[in-house]
Design a protein around this ligand. Sequence first.
Ligand code: HEC
Ligand code: HEC
Ligand code: HEC
Ligand code: HEC
Ligand code: HEC
Ligand code: HEC
Ligand code: HEC
Ligand code: HEC
Length: 428
Amino acid sequence: MRSRGVLRILATAALVFAAARPWGAGIIDTKHNLSVTGPGPIKSTTEQELCIFCHTPHSARRDVPYLWSRADPTVSYTTYQSSTLYASVGQPSGASKLCLSCHDGTIALGAVLARPAEIPFAGGLRFMPPGATLLGTDLSDDHPVSFRYDETLAAAKGEFVSPSALTGAVRLDKEGLLQCTACHDPHDSANRKFLVAPNNFGALCTACHDRTQWLASSHATSNATWSGAGTNPWPHTPYPSVAENACENCHRPHTAGAHARLLNYALEEDNCLVCHGGNVAVKNIGAELVKPYRHTVQDYAGVHDAAENFTGTVTKHVECADCHNPHQAVSSPASPPNVPGALRGVKGISASGAPVAAASFTYEICFKCHADNNMLSFAAISRQPPGRGAPIRPGTRRSLRRSSWPRMRGLLPHPSPAQPNRLPSCSA
Ligand code: HEC
Ligand code: HEC
Ligand code: HEC
Ligand code: HEC
Ligand code: HEC
Ligand code: HEC
Ligand code: HEC
Ligand code: HEC
């Protein structure tokens, strides 16, 4: 059925591009027009036809729909993995494989079933050249594809829109799988990068991801812009403000610096200090980190894990994301004893020693590392002066939870529900 539709369109498309056929008109001015009329530098020196690089009315493959004109890649891909991933992501399938027949760089752009010899390209180019459009065969730094996004996943993982609500431009394929085509339409670049919907204000991402309290968070609402000094926080998008960059302030769907969870930078704190170092956000945390007493987030790399819950054995570390949830943080002050907005939605350990999904009290966040687990046994903090003045004295590291709760409740800066007006938080 589908193939016959494509056939009819292909047969007429060549004749009537000017008459604004949906596919022909859409594709002609895009980088996917690889014919001699193509607008980009990557194009053929001889081929007049436009659709031929992907489809053919004749000699098309029978095993895939869409009158497909290209062979499948035969390589094995490294797929996306992370400790928080629910889906089981296998090798690329369906339309994703079709995209990868050019974008993994293993098959020549001009190698199509409809032509007996490879179509020649300007400058003798054969394969997708290095750069952002060459995804390669390592897809572990790309948004996962070719897996089932169903009600079970949405419910088990949480923070997802029901897949049955995807009735707009963002769609799954007819098997219910999330493919490259959920986010891209290879025929239409009306939205940049062939996106099916614009992604400013995170519109594309939030078509599927429903992050708790995201819409009110500072990162979704701040109109702050980049001062122009230091590193450009938005090298891969054209959007000018924090609110407009939304999810892409910290994540990128392809070629991510930190593969797990697709973060812009491999070093955890870089994802925050690019803005909280004085060039975008008012709150300059970078300036705090050069003070003598501090949480040394720069000393650890690759230890923090979003799935950890601080029970059992924990490798010593501390990162911004241990104390903040960037999806929920706001500027609202603490309403004692409840956490201030900056600490909203952060995991903790309760006064009774049990993990909690979102801390109500600031001390619950501190207890993750300064209470029961082996984090207590870390070596002396050499910068602390010896003696009573030291906040955490070498050799005397006892569980703050057990020593202050309940015996000293409300006296140390660990507020008790019974005395909510005493010392509103560990940090105040
Ligand atoms: C760069 C590769 C590429 C080019 C060039 C291309 N297409 Fe496609 N086309 C695809 C892919 C991939 C699919 C299947 C993706 C999907 O599920 O939307 C597809 C699907 C289609 C479909 C089926 C759509 C549907 O929803 O069932 C039609 C019709 C079609 N193409 C027409 C054309 C025409 C006409 C041209 C030339 C003007 C063209 N295409 C050029 C990649 C391409
Ligand atoms: C016939 C080969 C071919 C196929 C098949 C193909 N592409 Fe492309 N694509 C290209 C080329 C060539 C470019 C331009 C690369 C460049 O300029 O670096 C490109 C560019 C892109 C871009 C960047 C556009 C921009 O404006 O910068 C996106 C996004 C893209 N392709 C997505 C896809 C997706 C998704 C599919 C499958 C549905 C697909 N492509 C299938 C050859 C292909
Ligand atoms: C979850 C959504 C999503 C999925 C799935 C997805 N992409 Fe993308 N892709 C994007 C977004 C958003 C951009 C724009 C880049 C940006 O804003 O940083 C993009 C950009 C691209 C680019 C251009 C990169 C550049 O910087 O010029 C290519 C090529 C591309 N995608 C190909 C693919 C291919 C091939 C697949 C399937 C293997 C795929 N995409 C799957 C969202 C997605
Ligand atoms: C078509 C729906 C859809 C769109 C659009 C989409 N995602 Fe996803 N995304 C998913 C699904 C489903 C998963 C798999 C979640 C799982 O199994 O844990 C996922 C996974 C992820 C993961 C990895 C989660 C983990 O625990 O490892 C990140 C990060 C992510 N998406 C970010 C984004 C960003 C940023 C955008 C916008 C550029 C985006 N997504 C657009 C559906 C989508
Ligand atoms: C200010 C930075 C920032 C912004 C903005 C942001 N994220 Fe995240 N995101 C992170 C960090 C950091 C992590 C890893 C958290 C950790 O390591 O504890 C993460 C983790 C995730 C995860 C995987 C873990 C999980 O809880 O499921 C998904 C999915 C995700 N983000 C999606 C999104 C989406 C969708 C948006 C936009 C609506 C977004 N993020 C906006 C920084 C951000
Ligand atoms: C693209 C820039 C950008 C990035 C990246 C970024 N932030 Fe922010 N963040 C802001 C801006 C702007 C605000 C609003 C308050 C301000 O200007 O100081 C904000 C607000 C916050 C707040 C709430 C406090 C308030 O007063 O609104 C917290 C907490 C926070 N960020 C933590 C983080 C963490 C943790 C990361 C890294 C995972 C991060 N941010 C990454 C720009 C950014
Ligand atoms: C993710 C783990 C973690 C969390 C959560 C955490 N800390 Fe720490 N904290 C550490 C580590 C690790 C050190 C030692 C740093 C070093 O060795 O340089 C430390 C050191 C300290 C110090 C001594 C600093 C110095 O420079 O001498 C104080 C005070 C402190 N923490 C208070 C707190 C408070 C208050 C909270 C809750 C708001 C908290 N911590 C939450 C891991 C954590
Ligand atoms: C050990 C826990 C911890 C770590 C690590 C941590 N923070 Fe904070 N952060 C806090 C606490 C506690 C507050 C104060 C909340 C309050 O009482 O208002 C805070 C406040 C903030 C604020 C709001 C500041 C203001 O003046 O209102 C921002 C922005 C912020 N942190 C960003 C970061 C960034 C970026 C990093 C990593 C470089 C980071 N934090 C590391 C615990 C932490």
